[in-house]
Design a protein around this ligand. Structure first.
Ligand SMILES: [Zn+2]
Ligand SMILES: [Zn+2]
Ligand SMILES: [Zn+2]
Ligand SMILES: [Zn+2]
Length: 218
């Protein structure tokens, strides 16, 4: 058996090379790349403790997302009708919307409300990517323009800035190239980077609470 060393590849581009054993011309093209997460020890064999923790967290979040699919039904909220307090909360009295957080899939009035919830990822500062209009309860991608369904402006008229806290920074305004948008955040919005000790401790506590609540609900 002969071994062929692949030249440096760029996705989608063909690179000419030759077969090392029969010298036949050969074109190599890479159409896509799959990146596996590397364990701290390398080699892909041994898995670190952090990997197990991440996996545990992901599976817990998956359960929470499934549970939270029913949030509106459980809370008796109806499309076309306003949210409780029109979406305001004790942290932001003039913010008339809820934010949907991708980690637990639950909608909260603000990031502080999310942090006070049983979501074990909230302490990691996950950003909301969708929102629910406080006036008509319709869901839409996060935006700072008025609700396309009912015209709700999400803030008290005359307020210079919309409210909602750090958890709803306007991601639309950040370009795709802006690393802040996705910094350390996986597809589900959970930070994959090593978190601080305090964060990990907070996350562990929330995880235990969430597990208990899920068990009780089951
Ligand atoms: Zn050959
Ligand atoms: Zn969450
Ligand atoms: Zn709040
Ligand atoms: Zn609306």
């Amino acid at each position: 058996m002969s071994e062929l060393e692949i030249p440096p590849l760029q996705r989608g581009k063909s690179v000419g090379t030759g077969c090392r054993s029969c010298h036949a011309p050969l074109m190599v093209r890479m159409s896509n790349v799959l990146v596996d997460r590397l364990s701290a020890s390398g080699g892909g064999g041994a898995r670190g403790e952090a990997d197990d923790e991440d996996e545990e967290l992901e599976s817990l979040l998956k359960k929470l997302r499934r549970k939270n699919l029913d949030q509106f039904k459980v809370m008796g909220l109806l499309i076309g009708k306003p949210l409780p307090q029109k979406g305001a909360c004790k942290h932001y009295a003039h913010s008339y919307r809820w934010l949907r957080f991708p980690c637990c899939g639950r909608a909260h009035p603000c990031a502080a409300c999310h942090e006070a919830s049983d979501c074990p990822a909230a302490a990691m500062g996950v950003w909301a990517n969708r929102m629910i209009c406080g006036k008509c309860s319709r869901e839409m991608p996060y935006s700072s323009s008025p609700c396309p369904h009912c015209g709700n402006t999400f803030t008290r008229p005359g307020d210079a800035h919309w409210q909602g806290g750090g958890g709803c920074r306007d991601q639309q305004r950040l370009s795709n190239k802006d690393s802040r948008k996705y910094k350390g955040v996986s597809a589900t919005g959970v930070k994959k980077t090593t978190s601080s000790k305090a964060q990990r401790v907070g996350v562990a506590g929330k995880k235990a609470t969430a597990v208990k609540r899920l068990e009780k609900a089951a």
